[in-house]
Ligand binder design. Structure first.
Ligand code: ATP
Length: 218
C-alpha cells in the first residue's frame, strides 16, 4: 500500500531514507532549509520544498498534519531537531521518528513524544559487529537488549528437513518468522515446509537462544 511520508533534513541519513522510500513507490515530501539539498533530492521525492522545519506556520502550510509518518533527520542542530519534533507532536502527527545525535538528544525527544528514536551509527555498528563475528549471520536487528531478529543461512545440517522435524522452537526457544529463497519470501511457513541449503532463515528469539541455535543447530 502506498504511504505518505515527510523527511525533514536531507543529510546523508535523511537523504537515503527519502530516496529509498521513493524508490519503493511511496509518496515522499522532502524538506530542508538548504536550497541545494532540496534541488539534489527533487528527482528522488514526490515534492521537495525549502522550509525551516522549526517554523510552525511553514509546517502548517505544507500540510504536515496530513502525513502519517514524519522522519526528523536534522543533524547537528539538536535544538532545531527538538523544536521540530515538539511542533510535529503538537500538530498530532501520528508517527514522528527522530534521528538522535546523542543520549541527551534522545532523552529530550523521548520526553516530548517522539515515537521512535534512531541512532544510525550506533545501530549499524552493532549490526556490522555481528556480521564480523559470524559467517552464518546475514542480517541482524536488535529488538531490545535481550531479543533480536536474525537472518541465518541454512547449512547442510538443516537442509532437506521440515520445520517440524527440526523443532527449533522446542529445542532452542526461537521461532522461524520466514524463509527467503532467492527472490521469494515465505512469511510464517508451515511446519511441513522443507528447508533447502542456502535458504535464509528469519528467526526471532532471545539472544542467548539464537546464539545457541547458530552454534549448535546449524
Ligand atoms: P548525516 O550523517 O545524516 O549527514 P548530519 O548530522 O551530518 O547527518 P546534516 O548534514 O547536519 O546531517 O544534515 C541535516 C540536514 O538538516 C541539513 O541538510 C540541514 O540543512 C537540514 N536542516 C537543519 N536545520 C533545519 C531546519 N530547521 N529545517 C529544515 N532542515 C534543516
Amino acid at each position: 500500500m502506498k504511504k505518505q511520508f515527510a523527511v525533514v533534513g536531507l543529510g546523508r541519513f535523511g537523504g537515503s531514507v527519502c530516496k529509498e522510500l521513493y524508490s519503493m513507490g511511496h509518496e515522499v515530501l522532502a524538506i530542508d532549509v538548504s536550497e541545494d539539498r532540496v534541488n539534489d533530492y527533487a528527482p528522488y521525492s514526490t515534492h521537495s520544498v525549502v522550509a525551516n522545519a522549526t517554523d510552525e506556520n511553514a509546517l502548517l502550510s505544507l500540510g504536515i498534519r496530513n502525513f502519517d509518518h514524519v522522519i526528523v533527520a536534522i543533524g547537528d542542530n539538536i535544538q532545531a531537531s527538538i523544536l521540530c519534533t515538539l511542533l510535529l507532536k503538537e500538530l498530532n502527527v501520528r508517527q514522528v521518528w527522530v534521528k538522535a545525535q546523542n543520549n541527551y538528544h534522545h532523552k529530550v525527544v523521548e520526553k516530548i513524544g517522539a515515537d521512535r528514536i534512531i541512532h544510525p551509527e550506533h545501530d549499524m555498528g552493532i549490526r556490522i559487529a555481528h556480521y564480523l563475528v559470524s559467517e552464518k549471520i546475514i542480517d541482524y536487528i536488535e529488538l531490545s537488549a535481550e531479543y533480536s531478529i536474525v537472518e541465518l543461512m541454512a547449512t547442510k545440517k538443516v537442509a532437506n528437513r521440515t520445520i517440524a522435524e527440526l523443532d527449533i522452537r522446542a529445542k532452542y526457544g526461537c521461532t522461524i518468522l520466514g524463509i527467503k529463497r532467492e527472490e521469494e519470501v515465505n512469511i510464517s511457513p508451515f511446519p511441513d515446509e522443507i528447508i533447502v541449503e542456502n535458504d535464509i532463515l528469519i528467526l526471532i528469539g532471545h539472544n542467548r537462544d539464537l546464539k545457541r541455535f547458530e552454534d549448535e543447530g546449524l
